[in-house]
Design a protein around this ligand. Structure first.
Ligand SMILES: CC(C)(COP(=O)(O)OP(=O)(O)OC[C@H]1O[C@@H](n2cnc3c(N)ncnc32)[C@H](O)[C@@H]1OP(=O)(O)O)[C@@H](O)C(=O)NCCC(=O)NCCS
Length: 168
């Protein structure tokens, strides 16, 4: 398996992998909307290839954390692995690769909405532990944050997703 940044040629297969993984079109559309927004960070859109075929994709983009000041933090979404390639470590490898880039770039925190059983193994914890509030009425344990080395206590408040995420 090989992990690399997305290129223009990957856009179609990334959309396909997202549609197959989620069994709906929403996430593929969100990826497109984020790419066309000012929150897109090209080096944070990663693909996993097996025998030169893209079978997984992860996107991190900037979302707002609104507290005493408004800070841009990384949101992890979506993450998709082709159904025929799930439970082989590909999703985990994409998360780890993204977190390494985030550390290298000096990012402070990553936010995700997902399965606690899965994300806790990468160091994600319920956001309430860090006084970070979800914008959605969801159980506390599914809205998670991973603080990175640059994390400081000022990273608290309520998360606001940009318009690209409308329709999640
Ligand atoms: C969730 C997903 C990205 C994981 O990728 P993966 O390559 O299968 O994951 P890995 O092989 O690295 O890790 C396996 C873990 O993923 C989790 N997982 C895999 N498939 C899952 C599913 N359908 N539902 C919930 N958790 C799942 C489990 O925690 C599993 O751990 P376990 O085997 O110890 O139970 C992938 O299954 C997927 O694309 N699912 C559909 C889309 C989705 O739900 N995306 C996540 C949004 S937060």
């Amino acid at each position: 398996m090989n992990i690399r940044c997305e290129t223009l040629e990957d856009y179609t297969v990334i959309a396909e992998v997202n549609k197959l993984a989620f069994d709906q079109e929403n996430e593929a559309k969100i990826v497109e909307k984020i790419r066309n927004s000012d929150r897109y960070i090209p080096e944070f859109s990663l693909v996993a290839e097996v025998e030169n075929v893209v079978v997984g994709h992860i996107l991190f983009s900037y979302i707002d954390l609104v507290g005493e000041e408004t800070l841009q933090v990384l949101g992890l979404a979506p993450l998709a692995v082709h159904p025929q390639f799930q439970r082989q470590g590909i999703g985990s490898a994409l998360i780890k690769a993204g977190l390494e880039i985030a550390e290298a770039k000096g990012e402070a925190i990553v936010i995700v909405l997902g399965h606690p059983h899965f994300y806790s193994r990468f160091g994600f914890q319920a956001s309430v532990v860090y006084e970070i509030e979800s914008p959605f009425p969801i159980p506390e344990d599914v809205f998670m944050v991973k603080p990175l080395q640059s994390y400081q206590k000022k990273y608290k408040g309520k998360v606001v997703y940009p318009a690209a995420f409308d329709g999640v």
